[in-house]
Design a protein. Structure first.
Length: 557
């Protein structure tokens, strides 16, 4: 019966720990959603910047697995190159060590106090910011309650000789025991799919005095390898570069652990010497109160040291995983939906991907607009240019569909009200960009009518190109808000939109007047009217896009 009590207490404590970690992570993500999105968008080719991004994002979301899966997804979508992804993974390995320090605080006696303090703003505050912070505090409290419950479950095992004999080999202070502990930590983490949970269990075992300090350090090293399975599984079905990013994560951790294994006893003593209290100190109640700090420091020193060691060789690591993961015979094209189910990703990371894809879509529309102008200016009708414009429009249709479907899945995830508004704004921006592309294609199709009897020349031609250029400037003005993330001058945009609307009406009237005077064939009236209407529609959709961009860039109170 005692064994059953230990098992259900252990699993109950683990469940509370998991629930607390999720609450804390969800609260921090919602509170810092904009920060995460902007940090992700700041990634450059600078390896140190990439490491910093991985570190900060992981500290916020409290999961290196989520960060590495995000990096793999970004590579798969073509939004990040392999070297950048490896840098982010390096940073994630350092960021995940913050979990150990939180656990090592040993304020578990105040766990229920934190739960009590957290649930009040989480449930009763009218401020969304305080709700998220309360949720995070509530989660931290549950983490400590779960750890305390697990530690209590392990206490009877100190006097269970059969159990102690079964783990005696792992507790040995020799190379074989270290290797066995590393492999056990790796295997259990692969099964649990959470290095944070395994770290919590390891610290609870060490604190209860079930396993010695050196065994817990070896287990943590194994957990570092085991956590790479998440990214590897996420890369299944992805493109070659995504597989390389996942394998780079595994290689980095495996190489680091193998190097550490050669001088692990000295490393353990080094960590012990850096903290005033001995990790092996046993309190009157049989617990080891200081071992948690030593495990947390060992975890941090290992990951920081491995990152500093491998960072100068990041290109060599990229070359190695490229060699062991050769290119496929067929050409691969980065594709947003190849990421798989966005339900497995952070809302902020998904939004950053969609934002990047929107910018790509805007750039395609810009190229389409410029090509359309060249097409109209050409002396003779060129079917190849028209075919290219039609091809651009087809691409925007595909991107529009992908972004909309992707973001609809993202909206099913828990997110803040502000994030929900931003996702809706992005869907609206995609809609308007697709509509602009439709009218550019429609405008280009009218050029075919001028290859026979109709001609566009004289004042009507001059006015048409002036209006075409002014509508283009208006579109660019709006698009800069998406590109730069700056708040738009909506009053100025509205005034310019109204001006273009009046100009369009004036152009049609002037052209009809010229036709009545015999300057143009009557048949051109319909075509010219259609051309002006197409440009006016581009103006209208650009204005609607400005409103959506304004909503997307709005500051969160």
């Amino acid at each position: 019966m005692e064994a059953f009590t230990i098992i259900y207490t252990l699993f109950g404590g683990l469940g509370i720990f998991f629930f607390g970690m999720k609450f804390m992570s969800d609260g921090l993500q919602a509170a810092a959603g904009d920060v995460i999105r902007k940090i992700i968008n700041s990634i450059t080719s600078n390896r140190f910047m990439a490491v910093g991004v991985g570190l900060v994002v992981t500290c916020i979301i409290q999961s290196s697995s989520v960060t590495t899966v995000m990096a793999v997804g970004f590579v798969n979508a073509g939004l990040m190159n392999l070297t950048q992804a490896i840098g982010v993974i390096f940073g994630a390995n350092i960021g995940t060590t913050i979990t150990g320090w939180i656990i090592s605080l040993k304020v578990d006696k105040y766990g229920l106090l934190l739960v009590g303090l957290g649930f009040i703003p989480a449930l009763f505050s009218k401020s969304e910011k305080w709700q998220h912070l309360g949720k995070s505090l509530f989660g931290v409290g549950l983490v400590f309650v779960g750890l305390q419950t697990m530690s209590g479950a392990f206490v009877p095992l100190r006097d269970n000789q059969a159990f102690l004999d079964s783990i005696a080999y792992f507790s040995g202070n020799h190379f074989g025991a270290y290797l066995a502990s590393i492999l056990m930590g790796c295997l259990l983490t692969m099964i649990v799919q959470s290095s944070s949970a395994m770290l919590g269990i390891t610290m609870a075992l060490a604190y209860a005095g079930i396993i010695p300090y050196h065994t817990s350090v070896a287990l943590v090293l194994g957990e570092n390898i085991g956590t790479t399975i998440t990214a590897i599984l996420a890369s299944v079905g992805a493109n070659v570069n995504a597989k390389r990013a996942a394998r780079a994560h595994a290689c980095f951790n495996i190489f680091g652990v193998l190097l550490m294994l050669t001088w692990l006893p000295y490393f353990i003593e080094l960590v012990n010497s850096l903290i005033p209290h001995d990790a092996r100190f046993i309190a009157p109640d049989g617990t080891r109160p200081y071992v948690g700090q030593h495990i947390a420091l060992a975890h941090t020193l290992f990951n920081v040291g491995a990152t500093l060691l491998f960072l100068p060789f990041i290109h060599q690591l990229a070359a190695f995983v490229t060699k062991i993961t050769p290119d496929r015979s067929e050409k691969e094209v980065p594709h947003l939906l190849v990421l798989g189910d966005p339900m497995n990703m952070l809302p902020a990371a998904s939004m950053a991907q969609a934002e990047s894809e929107l910018k790509k879509m805007k750039n395609i529309v810009e190229r389409m607009y410029k090509l359309n102008r060249d097409y109209w200016q050409a002396e003779t009708y060129d079917p190849k240019m028209l075919a290219k414009i039609i091809d651009y429009e087809r691409i925007t249709d595909n991107i529009h569909k992908e972004i909309t479907v992707f973001l609809c899945y993202v909206m099913e995830k828990p997110m803040s009200h502000h994030q929900s508004e931003q996702v809706q704004a992005m869907i609206k921006i995609a809609d308007e960009l697709e509509s602009v592309a439709d009218y550019i294609e429609r405008l280009a199709s009218y050029r075919e009518r001028f290859k026979a009897t109709e001609k566009l020349e004289g004042e009507s031609r001059v006015e048409f190109f002036q209006f075409l250029d002014d509508v283009w400037v208006f579109f660019e003005l709006v698009g800069d808000g998406l590109e730069n993330g700056e708040v738009l001058d909506m009053a100025g945009i509205e005034a310019k939109s109204d001006e273009l609307q009046l100009w369009a009406d004036s152009m049609r009237e002037k052209h009809l007047d010229r036709i009545s005077k015999g300057a143009y064939l009557p048949v051109t009236a319909l075509t010219y009217s259609d051309m002006v209407v197409a440009l006016r529609k581009i103006r209208a959709h650009s204005y609607l896009m400005a409103s959506a961009i304004e909503s997307f860039n709005a500051k969160h109170d």
